[in-house]
Design a protein. Structure first.
Length: 317
């Protein structure tokens, strides 16, 4: 049977203790002359003390080994319950020497397979040389801590963005790196969604902003018209706001005569105003139909009579 080393030490210590308590006649030298009485009296208590010390040492060693096993099992249970990936790396060997259950599950490896991987095999886009530089900087840092966002490669080739923290550890002369990595896939997806939403809002503002501006201008024009005292002020106000509402177009404002048989131009904006200064209402399709009339192509749309025949298009209201 394979007996643990610490148990073997304990048995050896107990054997030494038992032999030390034997009568002094059993350990006297061979020959006719026994040990002097005073020497035997001195050795017996010393042997008892030695035996007790060896027994106590054996018990302490046995308890320490059991405590180590107990602590190790609880440590394993603790890191396996963590929601973050935990990896322990041997700096000298550049090899994973420990991994928790979360790391195995998220990366798709069995524990033995994951321990066979090197840190730079797991990290996407990071070479061995770069990894060595990172580890050297970690151990030379006064804090002994590194934080970064990297991408881990899964067994099936997929990728997981992680936020990792590295800590330098010295254990009985061994240089170890404790790496804790948190899956931030959901966080990255939320950031992409937020960025897409922001872009959509920007595109929407491009469409909405001109309409909002036009609404404000119309509201201001309405207030100004209500404050005008004469027709000239009113037509001048319409012309000024028309230039702001339609900055790329030309327009003319007409006044219909009380007899309703003629319209007269009273003002306008833009450099290329082509409409006639006077015309009868029958020449305007907008007045005849009762709603706005647009001409986008003179080959297909009816052109109002108060526009010249060579005009490319327009709108009457």
């Amino acid at each position: 049977m394979n007996i643990p080393r610490i148990h073997l030490k304990a048995k050896l210590a107990m054997a030494v203790a038992t032999s030390a308590l034997l009568p002094t006649t059993l350990i006297a030298p061979m020959g006719d002359t026994p040990w002097p009485q005073n020497l035997s009296t001195w050795l017996l208590p010393m042997a008892a003390i030695l035996a007790a010390s060896m027994a106590a040492l054996a018990t302490w060693l046995l308890c320490r080994e059991e405590n180590k096993q107990f602590a190790s099992s609880h440590f394993r249970a603790a890191i396996d319950c963590s929601g973050d990936m935990i990896l322990l790396v041997d700096r000298k060997k550049m090899q994973n020497i420990e991994a928790n259950e979360t790391a195995c599950r998220l990366l798709g490896y069995q524990r033995e397979e994951l321990l066979a991987q090197t840190p730079f095999q797991l990290a996407v886009g990071i070479s061995k040389e770069k990894m060595v530089q990172n580890f050297n900087a970690l151990f030379s840092s006064t804090m002994g801590i590194q934080r970064a966002e990297v991408v881990f490669r899964k067994k099936d080739g997929g990728e997981i963005p992680v936020e990792l923290s590295r800590r330098a550890i010295l254990d009985q002369g061994r240089e170890l790196i404790l790496t804790t990595a948190r899956d931030i896939s959901d966080q990255k997806a939320a950031q992409r969604t937020l960025a897409d939403t922001h872009e959509q809002l920007k595109r929407g503002m491009v469409v909405v902003e001109p309409h909002h501006r036009q609404t404000l201008l119309l509201s201001r024009m309405s207030g100004m018209l209500q404050s005008c005292l004469t027709q000239d002020e009113a037509f001048d106000t319409v012309a000024r706001f028309g230039a702001q509402l339609f900055p790329e177009d030309a327009g003319t404002v007409y006044l219909m005569a009380a007899s309703r048989d003629e319209l007269t131009a009273m003002g306008g904006w833009g450099k290329n105003r082509r409409s006639e200064p006077h015309f009868p209402p029958q020449q305007c399709w907008g007045l005849r139909t009762g709603h706005a009339h647009s001409v986008n192509n003179i080959s297909f749309d009816n052109l109002c009579g108060h526009f010249p025949k060579d005009v490319s298009g327009g709108q009457t209201i």
